[in-house]
Design a protein around this ligand. Sequence first.
Ligand code: ADP
Ligand code: MG
Length: 292
Amino acid sequence: MTEPENQDTEQQASPFETRADTRPNEVPAHEPPTASASRRDGHSITLRDLRVFYGDNMAIKGVDIGFAPNKITAIIGPSGCGKSTLVRSINRMHEEIPGGRIEGEILLDQTPIYGDGIDVVAVRRAIGMVFQRPNPFPTMSIFDNVAAGLRLTGTARGKNLNNVVHEALRGAGLWGEVKSRLDKPAMSLSGGQQQRLCIARALAVQPEVLLMDEPCSALDPVATLRIEELLTDLKERITIVLVTHNMQQAARVSDITAFMLDGELVEVADTEKIFTNPDDERTEQYVAGKFG
Ligand code: ADP
Ligand code: MG
């Protein structure tokens, strides 16, 4: 499919008002993203005594942590410690797994995202997710991949779809590489470009928070570096939670690092402290590569 021309050009007071009427009393207001990394006050996520279950098995065992606005928080810890489970509970993906449920509380700013009357689709729009392997829709063009989320949620109503898609591609640092071939298949892109396309798809709906579950683990070092640079730009307007098994990556890009072990949060502190002078002996051993 080619780019639609000026899908909706009717005047709207502001893009957010368009959104606001589709997600009443749910999530905080913000300005739309711009191509440049203009700073915008981000939003916080707070977990209170979070317990996450697969049937009877408790995979997250009472975690309290806040993810600060305009910061990148890295979550590190050995395989199986619950990193993916934790982030999937933050955008309510965990409940899609049979037997999946949570106890405790998760707040977006002051709003409990599991509260009564909260729309799951609105939660997932406000709290986007990028996965380990790039997962563009394989039969769609580059343009349509980015537009897909907007079309599904109706978020582009009252705005020019082309502008939103182009903006998201700029935000994901992909525009220059794809602007002349937006109608080409997404699968014609390299792995790193596909992952930035998935980031563009996530950005297109203007999330407040981006959850990234080992987003570079399938990428080569150059593509990884591109994504890391991008994250540093994005945190100017979005709160980022970055799961990584790569401790150098956590040390390079994150402001705050949380270390998890066996479903528990061992320690969370400024990244520099975690890597140089952690309080907990287990953190020290893990960052020194003694296990995991
Ligand atoms: P990590 O991302 O840190 O490697 P996970 O969150 O994937 O850890 O896994 C945490 C725990 O939850 C593990 O014990 C794992 O076996 C369990 N688990 C993960 N996914 C499922 C699932 N779909 N069903 C049942 N148990 C699961
Ligand atoms: Mg995982």
